[in-house]
Design a protein around this ligand. Sequence first.
Ligand SMILES: [Zn+2]
Length: 429
Amino acid sequence: MGRTPLDSWLAGRMDRDTVPTVSELHGWLLERLKELVDHARHGSPFYRRHLADARGTDITSLEDFARLPIIASEQLRSNPDGLLSVSRDEIERVVTLSSSGTTGEPKRIFHTADDLEATTDFFSWGMANMVEPGGTALVLLPGARPGGVGQLLNAALSRHGSRAVAVGELTDAGAAVDHCLAENATCVVGSPAHVNLLAHAWEARGLPKGAIRSVLLCWDVIPDAVRKSVAERLGCRVFRHWGMIETGLGGAVECSPGSGMHLRETDVYVEIVDPRTGALLPDGEFGDMVVTTPLKMGMPIIRYRTGDVGRILAGECACGSPLRRLDPLVRRRQDSVPLPSGPLALRELNEILYGVPGLADFAARLDEDTLYLTVCGRVARETVLDALKRLPVVAQGLADGSLGVEIENRHAAAPAVPGLEKRRIVIGS
Ligand SMILES: [Zn+2]
């Protein structure tokens, strides 16, 4: 078997000629984690307190590392500067992250030039089998800002002789299709909802399947119904990605459609822990995702609870990579709203509604005892209501009168939720 792009990236990132075995990778990671703990304790007052009892030399296994205390997301909001472990001169970019669905101060994340270069390098290899040399990827994400994701992607793709055109988040699906045609794009990168809208518009115009050859879904949770919808309407290969601004973007990517997402383990070390006890969980079991950035020296993240729930897929990938794989069906810990008949989870609503033929996008809001849905696409309200009733918690609420449902169809080729805010079920008016 030839060396895959991810293998090439991994060997380069570990500064070695050959692709490591799993145990070589884990041995290397352990050394980096020990160094990181000492570096953070040396450079950051917060870590000196937080890791008061930890010394790199005392950590002799990844299980030892898993006993270090966890950082809650509140820390990144209340005192992000406390995590800085280098002088401010070395910081290239500060990202202010407003996390949707929560209150309080937004998180500020610091990246050094090395951090951004590492992300660009990972993007360049991670996308090598999605965009051929000379090809163009249309990126439905912000592009203008230096260090922004569009610029990083363009820098990345140019290393393999292709290019990215970042046109910003989708506001009109027809315009996005026009962009694709004008740029002769063979790859599209964007949030699941936005790429799904583009796919519906593409199909509605009778454009040929297979002209867009690959899609990368990223930015938000990825409903399986959207993956299927996009693959069918565009006739393309669909890859999935998971990442966080906290870790410098670029967290995990599929090597082929359906493979599971290979973690960028040199830079984003993921542990899956029991939400109650914090104990490490074995591969195959869902739990809280806790991340560490082994090579991020400016603002190291050490055992940060992401708020995501996920699992590591057991066994080896067909590509032979030593990198562990994240199940693409990552979800947020808090994605439910309370109905009188029980909790309604966004992930369930996503799978039901994005699976309705013709429904391109939706927004959901719960106000007292009524669920308001705004849907976009060529679909009748009765069809949407019938689909909703397949959710037991909705069927029960409608049957016992504790829940009302109002459905409005905008028929628009524009997102039901403007912008790139992470999708959620809104509570209140
Ligand atoms: Zn693979």
